[in-house]
Ligand binder design. Sequence first.
Ligand code: 5AD
Ligand code: SF4
Length: 474
Amino acid sequence: MSQEKKFQLSKNELNVQFDNIDKIKSIYEKKYKDKTLLAHVHSYGCQQNVSDGEKIKGMLALMGYGFCDSPDEADLVIYNTCAVRENAEDRVFGNVGALKHKKRRNPDMLIGLCGCMTQQEHIAEKIKKSYPHVDFVFGTHALPKLPEIMYDAIKQNKRIFDINEYDDEIVEGIPIQRDQTFKAWLPIMYGCNNFCTYCIVPYVRGRERSRTSAEIVKEFKGLVAQGYKEITLLGQNVNSYGKGLEEDINFSQLLRMLNEVKGDFRIRFMSSHPKDATKELIDAIADCDKVCKHFHLPVQCGSDRILQLMNRHYTIESYMELIDYARKKVPDIAFTSDIIVGFPQEKYEDFKQTVELVKKVRFDSIFSFIYSKRVGTKAAEMEDPISVEEKSNWFQELLETQRSIGKERYKECVGKTYRILVEGEGKTGAEYLTGRNDGYMIVDFKGEQNLIGQFVNVKITQALNWALLGEIVE
Ligand code: 5AD
Ligand code: SF4
């Protein structure tokens, strides 16, 4: 995780890797002739990780791999892991363990692990010792080096581990094989400098660094030209976009720039740190017609005392000021949030303040988590006397609170008409499609399959517990 020495990526890294791709390709052509090898790549965790997974697939596609949804028929399995909570790590270990038998049946099968979890030294060590069937392991920093790592593993027939912290240079131009044809992830920055005391991300994804606006606009326009209808700008804290760049630009300006691109599409972004969210950004959301009127603003907790222990650098008062300003500027704006329950030293009184905040803001939805201790973080050193059972009770209380608020919010939508991007088949029943409105609410309605990937207007007729029901209108 925290190694002293910084490693350099070659100035010519992309070309070095394209050479490795060619070398792997020619080995495979000799060995497997016309057979198309299949890769199963699974990304756990956040959209940033899913976006990394698309780069992994982009490189594998150039090596000649096709892709499959299950590890059963795969010649290569790559798990792109998440370290944010313990249960994410447990799931990966379970799935990697299960690959042992598959590899026994197919000894030529290659198994690789990468992502946030493997960037941690203690995890890489555990894989080295206890999971001998894993052929190669690389951290988030070494992602551009995948072809070289695979070539070394194949050529030398030995296990390769690369969890070096390469310098924070961004390697542009890595090929991308996107999972979807109408929704795309577009990373605008990498890494995180915030060191919230519970969070592993700054340790496993390195320091914050932004892509130039020229690179972002180029990729963005390319996506629009290919017909993408929803582009989500990604960063651990998009509000600090632009810091450290030679050009003078911030996130609000970037949003305005992208909003100018011609075409029928919408823009989302995530995530925002409340300490860096500004009125300027809210003004940009208000002014930009293509930017969704949805603000994901993780508050984490409703108690100032705990926020301080979390190293969050804002108060509930300043958070509420932002919410109030946004609601004034953009009356129908949707708010969603992340909340951690049971942070070390959190008392029931603190938790109650979280419940109060949730009631006050009336979020459209929240993603809530029970605190999970992460090795190497500051919070891991803090006393944590509350039992898991008690934290689970609190968690249930929070879920109940949000459930009834969500229900009310849904009811308020009945009779309104929303522009929906149709995403696929709905769960409501046969003939139903599903999509999301601007505010990220799930909406089901009857319609033909050929509408998937298109925008439609839907009038809401009914509020279910988990979605809205509606019908297509002109
Ligand atoms: N335990 C529980 N939840 C966490 N998150 C981040 N780290 C932890 C942790 N150690 C949550 C935060 C963050 C979201 C992506 O995951 O709420 O916003
Ligand atoms: Fe994403 Fe954080 Fe999980 Fe890494 S640890 S995949 S950054 S959620």
